[in-house]
Design a protein around this ligand. Structure first.
Ligand code: IVH
Length: 691
């Protein structure tokens, strides 16, 4: 075989194609048939050769390159299951102070002075599952997926001996949720066996559990030893328990494994000692845990607390301190993000941090580099917490080599040469090039097609970059005119409209172009939250986009209000503050943004927002304003309840207001409302509307 450095361009392209095909075949053998025909060493050698060729010929990287595919075996092969009740995640906290803040917040929300009991549970580091029972029979199992929709793993779950398949005395419909994990001993045994047979070694028990559960052939799942703990519920026809502790009793009675270390704690002191004790016994537990979950025990209180967009208000995850490792900084470079922020990134000598190889870490901003006195050549402590980008905790100064170099933070954007300036009270320095800066433009396009936005399959980061550089895609709308431009025949007046002939690109063909265009067409109808998120407005993440969608319901309405500069409409939304509202309104002041949206709307259709809110409730679609002090509910509780019933909340009274809820000592809003002839509700009347 030729050395990579001796390959001609044609040979390199052919070689990349050969490796992609070979590795795809090996993946199927490994993941689908559990009958690998390549040793790990052979597999890794192919992977390395592929990476080396790609480094020399980056423009030849194939859309189906194995470098993009590793670790995500055949995801789409499972059927989808829509969760009737979303599978939420938990907010994370990292210190006992934050736990105290959480408890104080719960008390404030509920307006309770005394102690509140919390169920404290080890946080199992596995994969969450949901198991549906109808008339006592197990009928369906699913993974969490994105929380709204998961993968159908019914047959795989069925092979786990600990899952009861039949329940006595259970509600007619019952969804039990929990975590599937691989015990440490089973993980070591599996790896030992795999090693002796030349098969793949898993990095940690969590990966092993994931790889074992998501097997297309459930027989393979059966052979791997998986375990589970149950800890919560989804849909249930008749809830016959009043507390988390009560639910555990039922789970035990039905035969589900319940973690023996779960404890009911009555105050902060008990919670603190629970956490300290668990840290101590962590290593000796037969399974991996990554923290503790605290849940308000009383379900009536849980229901009053309700949910934020993605997490319950009644529970929190207290994570164990992140894992750390030492390594050396090879170089520091600047990345230019979507909003022009210059972020320094450290290139590291690769190091294993808690089972994952890390070769880059963020240095955040220029002050952070100064404060920690981080220099090129330094040995540093790297920390990784969950999915968070690895960070540099500190420098081991006694290991500093004499040739170490201070990093001089540029005042010029390294991508486009525009000035990079730092506003007085901001930590970040930003490129002023706007869309003339290729880095910003490319990052915005990448964001636009990313998973939580338009989610266009096959339009990966590299292709976006190539298409941008070749002026094929300069603005989001260009994505949706690709097909038309690809087909045009060269008679157009405009240079850009000459047929793109995408199928003639290196490494592309008729099929790959068809696939790409089909993936684009699939996204011509988009949900409102995704569309808002895709715009890449500063500070507006996917949770906020959802909130906005929920409150404005249609794009038309949202745009009209924003163009009219209705900041108050945003501020009335629980979860949107001054600075975010400012960024949103500013976005709509830019003519080029409005133009982009107009162009896009000629190509796509934005669906109105539909959510799991109660559309039959008397509050559905009504605009509600609160004034004065409520006695039975706190203000945030009342707002949350009204939102869940489909109401819109506003901070001020106008002729569009439907109801004004009046508490004790109401302000001028009550008078304005009366003058406008708007229906006034007492707290009790409001409560009976909710009921
Ligand atoms: S309760 C609405 N309890 O942690 C709350 N989750 O960060 C639903 N997890 O997705 C989750 N142990 O995969 C809960 N005892 C426990 C848990 C637990 C592990 C996982 C679960 C969840 C994630 C949230």
């Amino acid at each position: 075989m030729k050395n990579v450095s001796d390959l001609t361009r044609e040979e390199a392209a052919a070689e990349l194609q050969r490796i992609a095909a070979e590795m795809a075949r090996a993946d199927i053998a490994y993941y689908q048939n559990d009958a690998p025909y390549l040793s790990d060493a052979e597999y890794d050698a192919l992977k390395l050769r592929n990476a080396n060729i790609e480094r020399l010929f980056p423009d030849l990287i194939r859309p189906d390159s194995p470098s993009k595919r590793i670790g995500a075996p055949l995801q789409s092969a499972f059927g989808k299951v829509a969760h009737r009740f979303p599978m939420l995640s938990l907010a994370d906290v990292f210190s006992i102070e934050e736990v105290e803040d959480f408890i104080a917040g719960v008390r404030r929300f509920l307006n309770i002075d005394g102690d509140i009991a919390f169920m404290c549970e080890p946080k199992i580091d596995g994969l969450s599952f949901t198991a549906r029972y109808e008339n006592g029979l197990f009928i369906q199992g699913a993974t969490r997926g994105d929380g709204q929709e998961g993968e159908d793993i019914t047959e795989n779950l069925r092979t786990i001996g600990q899952l009861p398949l039949q329940l006595e005395d259970a509600p007619q419909i019952l969804e039990v949720r929990g975590e599937v994990y691989m015990a440490k001993a089973d993980f070591f045994a599996l790896n030992q066996k795999n090693e002796s047979e030349g098969k793949k070694i898993f990095a940690n028990p969590r990966n092993a559990a994931a790889g074992s559960l998501r097997q297309l052939d459930p027989e393979i799942t059966r052979r791997r030893k998986l375990s589970l703990f149950a800890y919560t519920w989804g849909e249930v026809s008749e809830r016959v328990w009043e507390s988390q502790a009560g639910f555990f009793h039922h789970l035990e009675k039905w035969g589900f494994p319940v973690n023996p270390n779960n404890r009911l704690c009555r105050n902060v002191t008990e919670i603190e000692s629970f956490f300290a004790n668990l840290m101590e016994i962590r290593a000796s537990l037969p399974y991996d845990i990554d923290g503790v979950v605290y849940k308000v025990n009383d379900i009536a209180l849980q229901e009053r607390l309700g949910f934020l967009t993605r997490t319950p208000r009644w529970a929190v995850a207290h994570k164990f301190p992140a894992e750390q490792a030492f390594t050396r900084i090879r170089n520091i470079r600047i990345q230019v993000g979507r909003t022009g922020a210059l972020t320094p990134v450290a290139d590291l000598e690769p190091v294993n941090v808690g089972g994952v190889m890390v070769s880059h870490a963020t240095l955040h901003n220029e002050d952070e580099i100064k404060r920690k006195d981080i220099r090129i050549g330094d040995t540093v402590i790297i920390q990784r917490a969950g999915d968070v980008i690895p960070q540099v905790v500190g420098v081991l100064t006694d290991k500093r080599p004499p040739e170490s170099q201070q990093f001089i933070f540029p005042h010029i954007c390294p991508q486009c040469g525009a000035h990079a300036i730092r506003e007085e009270d901001e930590a970040v320095r930003r490129c002023t090039g706007g869309l003339t800066c290729p880095a910003q433009a490319i990052e915005r396009l990448r964001h636009f097609v990313s998973r939580d936005a338009f989610d266009i399959e096959g339009l990966g980061g590299k292709i976006i970059e190539d298409f941008y550089k070749e002026k094929i895609i300069l603005s989001p709308v260009d994505i949706f005119t690709l097909e038309e431009r690809n087909q045009s025949n060269g008679e157009d007046l405009f240079e850009r409209n000459r047929g793109l002939e995408l199928e003639k690109r290196e490494g592309w063909g008729k099929k790959s172009v068809e696939n790409l265009l089909a993936a684009v067409n699939k996204r011509r109808i988009i949900s409102l939250p995704r569309f808002i998120y895709a715009l890449g407005i500063r500070q507006v993440g996917s949770a906020t986009s959802r909130l906005i969608a929920q409150n404005f319901e249609s794009w038309q309405h949202f745009e009209e209000q924003m163009v009219a500069g209705e900041t108050e409409k945003l501020l009335a939304i629980d979860g949107i503050g001054e600075s975010m509202a400012h960024d949103i309104v500013e976005f709509f002041k830019e003519e080029h943004n409005l133009q982009t949206i107009r162009d896009l709307r000629r190509q796509i259709q934005i669906e109105d927002f539909r959510d799991q809110v109660n559309y039959n409730s008397p509050l559905a679609g009504k605009t509600v304003v609160f004034t004065g002090t409520l006695e039975k509910l706190t203000r945030s509780e009342a707002k949350a309840k009204a939102l869940a019933m489909g109401a819109k909340i506003s901070g001020s009274v106008s002729k569009n207001t439907d109801y004004v809820v009046i508490g004790a000592d109401p302000g001028s809003k009550a008078k304005t409302a009366a003058d406008l002839g708007i229906t006034l509700l007492s707290e009790d009347e409001f409560l009976s509307l909710l009921a």
